[in-house]
Design a protein around this ligand. Sequence first.
Ligand SMILES: Cc1cc2nc3c(=O)[nH]c(=O)nc-3n(C[C@H](O)[C@H](O)[C@H](O)COP(=O)(O)OP(=O)(O)OC[C@H]3O[C@@H](n4cnc5c(N)ncnc54)[C@H](O)[C@@H]3O)c2cc1C
Length: 561
Amino acid sequence: MTMDTVATALVPHTWSFDARQRSATLAAVDGGTFDLVIVGGGINGAGVAHDAALRGLRVLLLEQRDLAFGTSSRSSKLVHGGLRYLETYQFRLVFEGTNERAALRRIAPHLVRPLMFALPVYKEDRFPLWMVDVGLWMYDGLALFKNERLHTTLRSPERMLEHEPLLNPEGLSGGIIYYDCMTDDARITLENAMAASELGSPVVTRVRVTGVDDARATDRPCTVHFVDTFSGRSYRVFSHGVVNCTGAWTDAVRQMAEVDAAVIRPTKGVHVVVKSSRLEVQYANTLTTPQDGRVFFAIPWQGRTVLGTTDTDFDGDLGEIEVSGEDVDYLLAAANHRFPTAQLTRDDVIATWAGLRPLVKPEGDVSESEIPREHQIYRDGRMTTVAGGKLTTYRRMAAETVDAAAAAAGLGVGPSKTLRHLLPGARGLDQDLNWAATDLAERSSLPEDVCRRLVGVYGVHADRVAAYVAAAPSFGDRISPDRPAIFAEVAHAVDHELAATVDDVLVRRTSVALTAEDQGSEAAERAADIMGARLDWTAAERQTHLDEFERTLNLSRAFRL
Ligand SMILES: Cc1cc2nc3c(=O)[nH]c(=O)nc-3n(C[C@H](O)[C@H](O)[C@H](O)COP(=O)(O)OP(=O)(O)OC[C@H]3O[C@@H](n4cnc5c(N)ncnc54)[C@H](O)[C@@H]3O)c2cc1C
């Protein structure tokens, strides 16, 4: 079969992001031909799909679990220039990071929010305050002085403590207040995939790619084989190019296309969440650990304090990452050293998450934290692989990857357009998010904190979520009594956000499992009832999905055993 004779079974149209249409989508794509098949629905896969679709390519995105199931829901959730890369003179990385931060603020203002950071400086630190100040001038400079705020230097311990009173005063010489951003990693991934789907690119979750044939052939397209992990049914599609965006799984997918060279060295990073009443930080603090001098953060997030992260080599099951007692104790000891009155113990930990950095394997024997964070793009026949990099620079990486993949597939494309296209939740969104939330509260009679959450998470789609409550008031109930997320979001996630399991909703669509005191375990049954009614689950399917969610909670609580 030659490339010209492969029938294209697809009629371009906007694909549904309704999980109830999954079977129809699978039937429609089966046997079809695409310009690019993208394997992996993390931030890189979703970003590549969006970029390619905007350039007019016919794209199919395949994800084995859920959008952002891998590292892209388990990061520190910072959109940042990476201040610490200045230490190693990685100016290009910082320049790209700070400029992408500004770009993402423009295209997704609801998801990428300014966050003020404190960087306390101690006498024993490697760099004195004046030198850190110079570094921050460089940081602001590499952002072309376009930060929403320039840094402030606090030249005495007293001034630093006025800003962050719980810091350890011993040996403190002062500090810096500077600007970066915070995001919801899973949701920015989701919105990129949603944008691709609106442009005519089908996105299918819970399908595992099992084979890639003919990646090196020049006279015919590649064949991509995949399996529906719900039904076990096999499918195949044809494609002029394949883009491997599978993060920590990269090497396994390269092997499917008979590319042997391993390029990834995954390292594990753990975060722990404590109630802010146990450690109330005013800023996101950039600190060093007393154990090994590594940078770690104490970040205020969704009314909690997040501590992270660790950095250790990982060689276990990539989809089942346990948080060990050692991981948790390392972070608690570091936090207790920097905030001595907190006296945090394992009992204070509400939730944890663990992710794998898909780092590009360096030459020689270097420690985990010394592995460069830059991305690499590899071309092997018609398969293009993107590996490494950061969430912050996904848009730029996606643009470069599409350039490379289009060239590998022999497709002519124009330049990337993602810089000028708002993500779906940002289209028509009022610049003043506080006003938008107050307005929604007045119109919907939902509580103010719920409306602030809805606008901050869904942007213009907040109204669509609120409409579920107008139709059935019980949808206004909180998923967890101490959180602003409501049950309407569960139904909305099925109908508009491709959520197919309880885990998808409670972990990645709503973050309830990362922030609620019970991690959503009390709400799981009711969430399953809402989803099961929409998705026609059998009793056995319902139980399978509840078991999957419980497994996630067990992995995050493994440190307690
Ligand atoms: C602890 C930690 C903290 C971090 N903090 C930050 C931060 O604050 N800011 C920042 O900018 N960056 C941060 N990063 C980096 C950033 O999170 C990652 O670079 C990014 O999420 C990687 O995305 P990805 O799409 O390459 O991989 P993933 O998100 O892992 O996506 C790969 C996807 O491929 C799917 N897949 C695998 N095999 C198959 C198959 N055979 N078929 C179909 N699908 C498949 C997986 O299920 C997965 O969903 C952090 C990383 C870690 C680990």
